[in-house]
Design a protein around this ligand. Structure first.
Ligand SMILES: Cc1cc2nc3c(=O)[nH]c(=O)nc-3n(C[C@H](O)[C@H](O)[C@H](O)COP(=O)(O)OP(=O)(O)OC[C@H]3O[C@@H](n4cnc5c(N)ncnc54)[C@H](O)[C@@H]3O)c2cc1C
Length: 382
């Protein structure tokens, strides 16, 4: 420690502590690098992964199957995504998730096999923390980064920040830096996103990195009017205006956003009320298991989500489920700034999702894949 604060050194510095940061840290450590990971919060509970239930894009390598999945999503991306990147995130997820089995209690797939793609966020993050620690990653919780350090030639040399529990400043020098600070939720209140204030995008932009796709950062989900969002139950909802007249809303699957557009139009005319009393019986027991945060806001109000009607709103999710972020300039997730790599929601997802959200499958697969690619590349550079 110097008079000014703590001096740290590593081959690879990772800023962030969500799933992208952890996968990046594991990959870099497995490639032989000395890895330091600094998180603004606590690795395991901070970020949107920890409160979500991320489902990874999961397509078996059977003849024609992956090609068909890529084509279907490519069409949804308005043709702006790149097929080879889409294929890459399917393959990386397929390879990487089973390696977590030592740490995560994957369940059965109902056919005698293991079900890998859908994970419960809190356990997933706890598992990734243990996986990273076992791989030799040094984790500093409560150490937000505030700025990037740059060499005279403009390449990235590390980062500086603040240790929240001691009040000291810290400075970490590294051969390569990975930005994995998550998306910017624009303080929308999205559960788990309070630390996702776009710091990484700002730090990198201040150092000269380019952003891309920020105009595609308009992603909305449904939520109860008084709280944050969980999306699973709404596919089973009917919608009414405040006078109890049922609204004619297209189904949520397919339709290129027609469902949300119709609800948004209805909300311009007045409150919209959801009714889940016709939801399939099978949904009720699994909701709490798959999205444990869903019933809580209702229980706190003494409401039964499957019995009582409730007002809904559209909830902005910024670049967490929108698309924009740091521009990725090569196949190694390098940004336009030499020595700086990007992973997860802090990187633009145009490569796999085009102008649309890759929510529901692609975003988690992107976070995992971009993390692993950036981790390996950063280790090779350092
Ligand atoms: C409700 C919800 C459900 C979702 N479901 C799915 C799904 O089913 N399928 C799918 O594909 N995707 C899904 N997603 C998206 C997916 O969860 C994200 O793409 C993924 O979790 C992003 O991981 P990340 O590591 O990039 O970001 P995060 O998990 O948000 O992690 C960001 C980390 O950066 C840290 N950080 C921020 N600023 C700093 C700083 N200055 N210094 C140090 N650390 C910092 C934070 O503390 C946090 O630990 C969902 C998202 C939400 C919100």
């Amino acid at each position: 420690m110097t008079e000014e604060g703590i001096d740290l050194q590593a081959d690879v510095l990772i800023i962030g502590g969500g799933m992208a940061a952890c996968w990046a840290a594991i990959a870099a450590a497995q490639a032989g690098a000395d890895v330091l990971l600094v998180d603004k919060g606590f690795v395991g509970t901070s970020g949107v992964t920890a409160t979500g239930g991320p489902n990874h894009w999961w397509v078996a390598p059977e003849p024609g199957k992956r090609e068909a999945a890529v084509e279907e999503r490519h069409a949804r991306s308005f043709g702006l995504a790149e097929r080879h990147w889409m294929a890459r995130i399917i393959e990386e997820s397929w390879i990487a998730l089973p390696t977590l089995a030592r740490y995560y209690p994957f369940g059965g797939d109902g056919r005698g096999g293991t079900f890998y793609p859908g994970v419960r966020g809190p356990e997933y993050m706890r598992a990734l923390r243990r996986y990273a620690t076992d791989a030799g990653v040094r984790i500093l919780d409560h150490h937000p980064a505030l700025e990037l350090l740059v060499h005279d030639d403009g390449s990235v040399a590390g980062a500086a920040g603040h240790a929240r529990l001691t009040g000291q400043s810290w400075r970490a020098r590294a051969g390569a830096v990975i930005m994995a600070t998550g998306g910017c939720a624009f303080r929308s209140g999205l559960i788990g996103s309070h630390g996702n204030t776009g710091d990484g995008l700002l730090m990198a932009a201040e150092a000269g990195a380019a952003l891309s796709g920020m105009e595609f950062s308009v992603s909305y989900s449904l939520s109860p009017a008084w709280n944050s969002t969980r999306t699973l139950p709404y596919f089973a909802a009917r919608f009414f205006d405040q006078d109890g007249r049922e609204l004619d809303i297209p189904p949520p699957i397919g339709g290129e956003g027609a469902h949300l557009r119709a609800l948004a139009s209805a909300m311009l005319a007045g409150p919209v009320i959801a009714d889940l009393s016709d939801a399939p019986d099978g949904l009720k027991p699994i909701l709490r298991r798959i999205q444990p945060a869903s019933p809580t806001p209702f229980e706190r109000r003494g409401l039964d989500i499957f019995r009582d009607r409730f007002e809904i709103k559209l909830f902005g999710e910024g670049t967490v489920r929108g698309t924009g972020g740091l521009q990725v300039v090569d196949s190694h997730c390098q940004t336009s700034l030499s020595g700086l790599y990007a992973a997860g929601d802090s990187a633009t997802r145009e490569l796999v999702a085009g102008a649309t959200s890759g929510g529901g499958a692609q975003n988690a697969a992107w976070a995992l894949t971009s993390g692993r690619i950036a981790g390996a590349a950063a280790a090779a550079r350092a």
